[in-house]
Design a protein around this ligand. Structure first.
Ligand code: GRF
Length: 222
C-alpha cells in the first residue's frame, strides 16, 4: 500500500444547512487522484444536515452554535479557534449563512472560498433566483469567489451559467443553479489544491497569470 501523502492540502468546509455542495465535495475528494482532503466540517447550526453528511463520510465535525454567543465577534473568535485546530490550507464556505467579521476574514485571507447563487456582481445577498426572474434575466447562474471583507464582493474565480426559461419559478431556477454548483465547486477546489489559484493584489491568478474576467463554464440550456 502506498503511504498517505501528508503534504495534501487540508480542507475545512463550513456549512449551515442541507450540505448538498458539501456532498459534491466529499464525492469529488474521494477520487484517488484528488489533490486535497476534507479534514473537518464546521457548522453554526447543531441541526444542519451537513453534519450528518460529514459523519456518514467519516469526517470530523465541530459545531459552534451562534445563538449561544452574545456578539458576532465572540462567535467568530470561538469558530475561528475550532477551524484553526485543523490547520487548514483551504477554508470552503458551502452554504454557510453567517456574515463574518473583518478579523475572521483577514485570518483566512487568500485561502477562503465562497459559493454564491448568482452571476456576481449581480444579486449579492439573498433571494437571488427571485430577483433574477423579476429582472427578466435570460441568463443566471453561480459564482465562486475568494472571500474578502466585501459581502459577496470578493474577486470572482469562476462562474457557471444556466438559461432562464419563461416557465421558471424561483424553485426550478434554484434546482438548475444547484446542479451547476455541484459541478463547479469541486473543479475550483481542485484547482486551488493543485496550487493553480492564488489571490494577489491584481485579483485572481490562475497558473501564475491574473485573469481578466471570471472563468465561465458554458451555459446549461436545459
Ligand atoms: C447554495 O445554493 C449556495 O449557492 C448558497 O447556499 C446554498 C447551499 O446549499 N451559498 P447546500 O447547503 O450546499 O445544499
Amino acid at each position: 500500500m502506498m503511504a498517505p501523502d501528508i503534504t495534501e492540502p487540508r480542507i475545512v468546509v463550513l456549512a449551515s444547512g442541507s450540505g448538498t455542495n458539501l456532498q459534491a465535495l466529499i464525492e469529488a475528494t474521494r477520487a484517488q487522484d484528488f489533490p486535497g482532503q476534507i479534514v473537518a466540517v464546521g457548522c453554526n447550526r447543531p441541526q444542519a444536515f451537513a453534519l450528518e453528511r460529514a459523519r456518514q463520510a467519516g469526517i470530523d465535525t465541530f459545531t459552534v452554535d451562534h445563538t449561544e454567543y452574545p456578539s458576532r465577534e465572540e462567535f467568530d473568535a470561538a469558530f475561528r479557534a475550532q477551524i484553526e485546530r485543523h490547520s487548514p490550507d483551504l477554508v470552503v464556505l458551502a452554504g454557510f449563512m453567517r456574515i463574518l467579521t473583518p478579523g475572521f476574514v483577514k485570518a483566512f485571507h487568500g485561502i477562503m472560498l465562497n459559493i454564491h447563487p448568482s452571476l456576481l456582481p449581480k444579486y449579492t445577498g439573498l433571494n437571488t433566483h427571485q430577483r433574477a426572474l423579476e429582472a427578466g434575466d435570460t441568463r443566471h447562474g453561480v459564482s465562486i469567489h475568494f472571500v474578502t471583507e466585501d459581502l459577496d464582493g470578493g474577486p470572482v474565480i469562476a462562474q457557471a451559467e444556466v438559461a432562464v426559461s419563461p416557465e421558471d419559478t424561483p424553485e426550478s431556477l434554484a434546482e438548475k443553479v444547484q446542479r451547476q454548483e455541484h459541478i463547479l465547486y469541486p473543479i475550483v477546489v481542485r484547482w486551488f489544491c493543485e496550487g493553480r489559484l492564488q489571490l494577489s493584489e491584481e485579483g485572481v491568478c490562475f497558473d501564475g497569470q491574473p485573469i481578466p474576467a471570471p472563468m465561465v463554464l458554458p451555459a446549461d440550456e436545459t
